[in-house]
Design a protein around this ligand. Structure first.
Ligand code: WTA
Length: 667
């Protein structure tokens, strides 16, 4: 990591506005005052085991109680040791003999058709969802998927994505959801790493009226070979295919089976497996600062407790709420707050298949008014896009059902916060700016709407049991209002349990940077009131439109192209996406730097990783600025990408003329 970055974290934001909760809101909230929050918080830090034991007992349903709340030997945490439970049982069965049984668990709205035909609508009560999950669990079993086996879920945003996840959880199989926007190569890499036995996919998915050929991508993934000529996806025995887009696909006899045919051959009785508290629940691949995505591992009890509790307190969930988290199930936000968090609480979760601006930029507001959505949880990048599209779109719709708004994924600029508050929230809805990560499993730093006054741009204070601190290079807490690295001092129930298949890397990345603590990869500062202001990533990970993208991954995708000699990828500030990807590329000798090559390389990255990782700019350069030891000086490239002046130390630069030439390169 570039050490200079930490010193550069200064408090540029000087936001003074404070929005306290209204009396009415506090009165009805689960946590009603700052004092109540502080009392519970301090108990959770002083006596974490007592606090978490009480929560686990009241919030979750157990087949067998645990014998030890926490076993902690850095970096390995085990929570609720010896306990047995099942996540799908906690999300479904437990509600069946309550009045919730016939309440909507999932409301799904499909993308409108290209010809303007409105999207389909499907609603599953808890009883219906339970039945579908049980049947699909039986399909999985029939096809040989067993407890502990891994299954890849590569589906569009349809109810079957949630059904597949819950069915895996029911039989104790480990799911790894791969975002539908990722490429065949990404699917193959994830299969190879997880050694999955099954892929659950669809013929195709809809995206802005076009069909995403998911099954074709899977077919391709199953033929991709590594450098030694070995098939990456050798471990796959079965592909279950959901019919969604009706596009033409190939089915391989003996390997590929239709979802709708298989579901007809099984019954709906399925007893949930009694799983250990620490049994793996899912692996979710995410970007890090190396070229290879990390398989973040989450386990059963701690994860479930984390998402259940944050769902209840952060969104202050009410029995009658329609809760809409707009994230795709391919990301952790979709796992925790489309599927597991809402269902564990007996909530109603809305799921939307499409994009916010298809067929028109008012799609979200149309859905909010159609279903009388009460809580909306989305990303700052979406809010900035709504701002750009103008207030007329939301103004056309009745948004009066909204009572609470949330954001996640990147820092929200105060301007966007205020717009969200005024235009979408009609000045009456509090905003919860929630900071967390794939690794943390659940929300970590966040307002509690009835208790914690908010400040635009700050994620405010830590959730129960979370002890974050801002520290310097030596791991020492920095004074208030100075920047530093964000560390978490104590283990928490929903924390990752490791990187799949790579315990060493887990220790190095998360537990070695700051002695005795978890390192988040983010920079932050705490203000005089102890509020946290997250500055963003300080490692080589970019946050592009709320998606985590490792620069090293994009670089290795670029250099895998025959024409490329070397590549360096950096971020540049972008009004809409937060950060945009700029790639500096040197070409192999004799390859002309033609404009058409830019598009070719962008498409190449899209093929290797997926469209989310396409560089926004590609700049051809004769050489990249390097230190004498040969390390690319990304700090300088960042300044060039942002169009700024070169500042800071350049004495280690090997060849000074490179900089002048790079700055002169036109976009
Ligand atoms: C960033 C998404 C500022 C941060 C749940 C983190 C945020 C990364 C916020 C994790 C927020 C997330 N304010 N930054 N409220 N929420 N981030 O793993 O840099 O996709 O480390 O998880 O997003 O991204 P991930």
């Amino acid at each position: 990591m570039d050490k200079s970055k930490v010193a550069n974290i200064t408090s540029v934001l000087q936001e003074q506005r404070v929005f306290p909760p209204t009396k009415e809101l506090s009165r009805q909230a689960h946590i009603k005052s700052l004092a109540e929050y502080r009392a519970l918080y301090s108990e959770s830090i002083r006596s974490p085991e007592r606090f978490w034991a009480r929560q686990a007992k009241t919030e979750l349903v157990w087949f067998k109680p645990w014998s030890k709340v926490l076993q902690w030997k850095l970096p390995i945490a085990k929570w609720f040791v010896g306990g047995k439970l099942n996540v799908s049982h906690n999300c479904l069965d437990r509600h069946l003999d309550t009045p919730i049984a016939n309440k909507a668990a999932l409301i799904w709205e499909g993308e409108p058709a290209a010809d303007g035909k409105p999207g389909e609508e499907r609603v599953f009560t808890y009883r219906q969802l339970h039945r579908e999950v049980c049947r699909f669990a039986n399909v999985l079993k029939k096809h040989g998927l067993q407890k502990g086996d891994r299954a890849i879920i590569y589906l569009p945003m349809v109810p079957e994505a949630a059904i597949a996840m819950l069915a895996c959880a029911r039989i104790g199989a480990v799911h790894s959801v791969v975002f539908g926007g990722f490429s065949a190569q990404s699917v193959a890499d994830r299969i190879a790493d997880s050694q999955a036995r099954m892929v659950i996919t669809a013929d195709g998915g809809f995206r802005r009226g076009a069909v995403v050929p998911l099954k074709r991508n899977v077919d391709e993934a199953l033929t991709i070979k590594d450098a030694n000529g070995h098939l990456l996806a050798k471990s796959i025995e079965r592909v279950i295919v959901l019919r969604r887009a009706q596009n033409e696909i190939q089915m391989e006899t003996g390997r590929d089976f239709w979802w709708h045919e298989e579901i007809g051959k099984v019954d709906a009785a399925s007893a949930p497996e009694k799983m250990d508290s620490e049994a793996p629940l899912f692996i979710l691949y995410t970007s890090g600062s190396t070229g290879k995505p990390k398989g973040i591992l989450h386990t059963t009890a701690g994860y479930l407790l984390g998402v259940k509790l944050t769902m209840k307190y952060v969104f202050d969930l009410k029995e009658t709420d329609v809760f809409w988290c707009t994230a795709d199930v391919g990301w952790v936000t979709g796992h925790s707050y489309v599927v597991y968090g809402p269902l564990a609480n007996g909530g109603t979760s809305l799921m939307y298949e499409g994009a916010p601006n298809w067929p028109e930029p008012d799609r979200f507001w149309h859905i909010v008014s159609k279903y009388r959505v009460n809580v909306l949880y989305t990303a700052p990048t979406a809010i900035r896009a709504f701002m750009k599209w103008g207030v007329d779109w939301p103004k056309r719709h009745d948004l009066s059902s909204l009572r609470l708004l949330g954001t996640v994924g990147e820092p929200i600029n105060p301007e966007a916060w205020i717009w969200y508050h005024e235009i979408i929230g009609g000045k009456r809805c509090p905003i919860v700016d929630t900071w967390w990560q794939t690794e943390t499993g659940a929300i970590m730093i966040t307002p509690l709407p009835g208790a914690i006054p908010t400040k635009p741009g700050s994620a405010t204070l830590p959730f129960f049991g979370v002890l974050p601190e801002v520290v310097d290079e030596a791991g020492v807490v920095v004074p208030r209002n100075s920047g530093g690295k964000l560390a978490i001092r104590k283990p928490w129930p929903s924390m990752l349990r490791g990187i799949w298949g790579d315990p060493q890397r887990y220790k190095e990345i998360y537990w070695s940077e700051i002695k005795g603590s978890y390192f988040t990869g983010d920079g932050a500062r705490q203000d005089k009131d102890g509020y946290f202001w997250i500055v963003g990533r300080i490692d080589d990970v970019l946050n592009v439109a709320g998606h985590r993208i490792g620069t090293a991954e994009v670089e290795s995708a670029l250099v895998s192209n025959q024409k490329v000699a070397e590549a360096a990828v950096v971020g540049r500030p972008d009004d809409l996406k937060g950060q945009a990807l700029v790639a500096f590329v040197t070409l192999k000798t004799g390859v002309p730097a033609e404009a058409s090559l830019r598009e070719e390389l962008r498409n190449h990255v899209s093929k290797e990783i997926g469209p989310v990782a396409k560089p926004d700019d590609i700049r051809f350069a004769e050489a990249l600025p390097k230190t004498r030891s040969g390390k690319i000086m990304r700090r300088l490239l960042k300044q060039i990408a942002a169009g700024g002046e070169i500042k800071g130390d350049t004495t280690t630069l090997e060849d000074f003329s490179v900089l002048a030439r790079l700055s002169a390169v036109e976009e």
